[in-house]
Design a binder for this molecule. Structure first.
Ligand code: AR6
Length: 162
């Protein structure tokens, strides 16, 4: 099942949460900052061992102090108008994260709206791309949570899911 919630992703009791990271895995603001604060300093240490992550790809660490066992760090594209391969890169974030999760026996996974904050991706287009991928992977998971951080984002995803 695909479930849409309005929640702080760091509070979710799922096997894995996905982080909208940067390519240095150096932490930052937004959901990345919230995840690092809630997971504790061991998360930054684990990220530091990984040597970064290219845009459109994903890497995995433990969840440390989070309720989630795993954090999957994926690097969304910065929106520069849509002519720089942003759509394929964003789709790759969702699909690569799902593949990595399945390789770690994850049954329940939560996603934020990758690239739609600081990185500026238009929200409706990003939501369509996310759902295209997540619908394909839905049968392989017990539950996929789309974790929105505003009522407007939750309404957008719910309208697209109907
Ligand atoms: N739980 C769920 N969603 C959240 C939370 C939270 N606690 N906090 C913010 N969001 P952003 P990006 C939503 O900017 O655009 C960082 O500095 C937010 O409302 O976090 O991919 C990284 O280090 C928005 O809908 O990620 C990178 O440098 C969504 O999460 C850069 O930002 C994504 O917004 C990545 O930018």
């Amino acid at each position: 099942m695909i479930q849409v919630v309005r929640e702080d992703i760091t509070r979710l009791h799922v096997d894995a949460i996905v982080n909208a990271a940067n390519s240095r895995l150096s932490g930052g603001g937004g959901v990345d900052g919230a995840i690092h604060r809630a997971a504790g300093p061991r998360l930054a240490a684990a990220c530091g061992q990984l040597g970064g992550c290219p845009t459109g790809q994903a890497v995995i660490t433990g969840g440390f102090d989070l309720p989630a066992r795993w954090v999957i760090h994926t690097v969304g594209p910065v929106w520069t108008g849509g002519q720089a391969g942003e759509a394929d890169l964003l789709a790759s974030c969702y699909c690569t994260s799902c593949q990595l999760a399945l390789a770690h026996d994850v049954r329940t996974i939560a996603f934020p709206a990758i690239s739609t904050g600081v990185y500026g991706y238009p929200k409706a287009e990003a939501a369509r791309i996310a759902l295209n991928c997540l619908r394909d992977y839905q049968p392989k998971f017990e539950r996929i949570v789309i974790c929105c951080f505003s009522d407007a984002d939750r309404d957008l995803y719910e309208s697209l899911l109907d």
